[in-house]
Design a protein around this ligand. Sequence first.
Ligand code: 9MR
Length: 359
Amino acid sequence: MKVVIWAVFLGVLVSGCYSVLDESPHISERSLRKTANFPIGTSLRFLPFIVDQRLKALHEHHFDSYTAGNDMKMHRVMPFDNEFNFQTVDAIVAYTQQNDQRLFGHNLIWHSSTPKWVVEKARKDPQWLANFMREYIHAYVGRYKGLVHGWDVVNEGINTHGGGYRTDSIWYEILGEKYIEQAFHYAHEADPDAVLFYNDFNTERDMAKFDFMLSMVKDLQARGVPISGIGFQMHIRMDIPDEVIAETLQKAADTGLQIHLSEVDVIFNTHNDSKGGGVENFTVLTPEMRAAQREKYKNLVRMYREIVPKKQQYGITFWGFNDRDTWIKKFFAMIDWPTLYDEDLQAKPALLGVLEGLD
Ligand code: 9MR
């Protein structure tokens, strides 16, 4: 019964005849999607997004690619032992189809969104995990064949700092490094046309991590593993040097693979990559900081366009597009202003920076 009610609720929302929050705002800023000649995306939480008319209007104005911030992760699509729950993903597919937006699948295998029941079962029965991974990817990618354009097949499989495979992952612990290539094979078997990414963070600035990723990716390519792209999450900070970003982008582009800036935001304060960790150096956003952030965004977009050959530009996806909903504040428990729109959903100079970078 609960399932039926939820399905009807989502159906009504997606059909567009349900309006709960604000009316559509007038949007005077130029559209990102119309200015760019590659897809421009953002991550969203389907609820409350789908009932927020202001967010929807801004989204439809600026973006032609949709990434689920959480809704497509394993702990959301299979919260309980072997029971898929595809309701939200089905609704997202319907929404993106109606709005002619590319749907990007984030993600298939990620240590951090692996449900507890999977971890517990895997420790008892290692062989079960190998079968589960194959069946999970086949069923999930197969269901959305032709509907989900590309996938982050493996997310954050490398240690947080420096090189080496991430060891605090049940997938690595039980299956060893082979799980990475197996995941790509299974995804390709289920949808041969889907664009398949390895996605990670800090690879634009941690050279040891970048080098490890690059040799891993090159090895996968050399052995015919069906990897089609590299995702740079690109959660950057104002003081990450552009030259370093340019160098890593160049080397990644040299692989010939698709390059996705997959989770872009630009913070001021210094986080340390652990939940609640970091130093809050800035508590007020000054006009000078806003102007500097505009420049940073412009440079990032310019570098992407200049360094990555056109046919390898999978697109730029922002990890949320307003400072009200950004993950940064919750995760690091500190104030920051990482995105293109402010807390009141007003455009920041950062948005102009992206537009300038796209011009
Ligand atoms: O923004 C996401 C946050 O709402 C979730 O609580 C968290 C855990 O699922 O994941 C965040 O998104 C992460 C993404 O999936 C992978 N790269 C890092 C992102 C920020 O933590």
